[in-house]
Design a protein around this ligand. Structure first.
Ligand SMILES: [Fe+2]
Length: 284
């Protein structure tokens, strides 16, 4: 049985929550898990889906190597999970990653996102970033692959700076400012050349506008950092369905508790014996 493994949290009052997926890589010819089992595992979290203050965020690489069929599979997956029982379409948010560059454009990504959200608020074909606005929470969705180079991330910095200055009044009016981007911000290993090349000014800009949280993916790894004067929490989610010999697949559940964003990482595994460490336990 495919299941999530999680740390057990007892007795905490939790309000706003974000289910963070990344690098789902639908359309991958050698997935780690059978899709039906993956749907069942996702739906084991359906009690979270029902809550009006829960958001589902996917930080890029929805498909695999620009394969447009991956979006058909992805759409079916989210139809059968997040969207069951008419859950809020507008609380599904996604930005593109390098694998979402299809025929040198993001049109297929936009079509996928429109299929779920039923609006064009977050189209990326003609712009590198945009805000998804709620009354008390702002999601800045950033396309770090907008330069159409598969090999590394880059922020359209001047455009983003101008945009945030224009939106300053709105940003000041909300309690939570959250940025979502695909590529990672800090180099991962010796031969890693795929970071956001201009990550430092990007981080400084988000810090200046007092963003509290940055969510990203790309490295299929669990990463937790805290940066800047505003002590931004930065979390990377794992991949969702990517076959390797290690535990790379899973999701993060982020909760805003005691004036801070906390991350509850959940590892997806078909084999419980692969898990080490007392902080993980089986659910579902
Ligand atoms: Fe990526």
């Amino acid at each position: 049985m495919l299941h999530f493994l999680t740390r057990v949290k007892i007795g905490l009052l939790v309000f706003m929550q974000i289910i963070h997926l990344s690098d789902t890589h639908f359309g991958n010819h050698q997935p780690a898990f059978d899709l039906q089992k993956l749907r069942d595992a996702m739906n084991s979290l359906s009690d979270l889906f029902e809550k009006p203050d829960t958001y589902l965020v996917v930080s890029g690489d929805i498909t695999f190597q620009g394969n447009s069929n991956g979006y058909i599979q992805a759409r079916r997956f989210f139809d059968d999970t997040w969207l069951v029982n008419q859950r809020a379409r507008n609380r599904f948010l996604a930005c593109p990653g390098n694998h979402d560059i299809c025929a040198n454009s993001f049109q297929n990504f936009d079509t996928f996102l429109y299929g779920i959200r039923r609006n064009h608020d977050t189209d990326f074909s003609n712009r590198p970033h945009g805000l998804v606005k709620f009354d008390n929470i702002a999601f800045l969705m950033v396309n770090s692959a907008s330069h159409l180079n598969h090999k590394y991330g880059l922020i359209d910095f001047q455009s983003l700076k101008t945009y945030l200055e224009i939106e300053k009044n709105y940003l000041d009016s909300v309690e939570h400012r959250i940025a979502v981007v695909h590529h990672h911000l800090i180099g991962f290993q010796e031969n890693d050349t795929s970071t956001i090349r201009n990550a430092l000014p990007f981080i400084a800009l988000l810090d200046k506008f007092e963003f509290h949280l940055i969510l990203h993916g790309h490295q299929h790894s669990q990463i937790s950092l805290q940066l800047g004067k505003s002590k931004m929490a930065i979390f990377s989610a794992r991949s969702l369905n990517y076959r390797t010999s290690s535990l790379v697949n899973g999701i993060n559940i982020l909760s805003y508790e005691k004036n801070a964003w906390n991350c509850d990482p959940r590892v997806l595994s078909a084999d419980n014996s692969m898990i080490n460490g007392p902080s993980l336990s089986k659910i579902g």
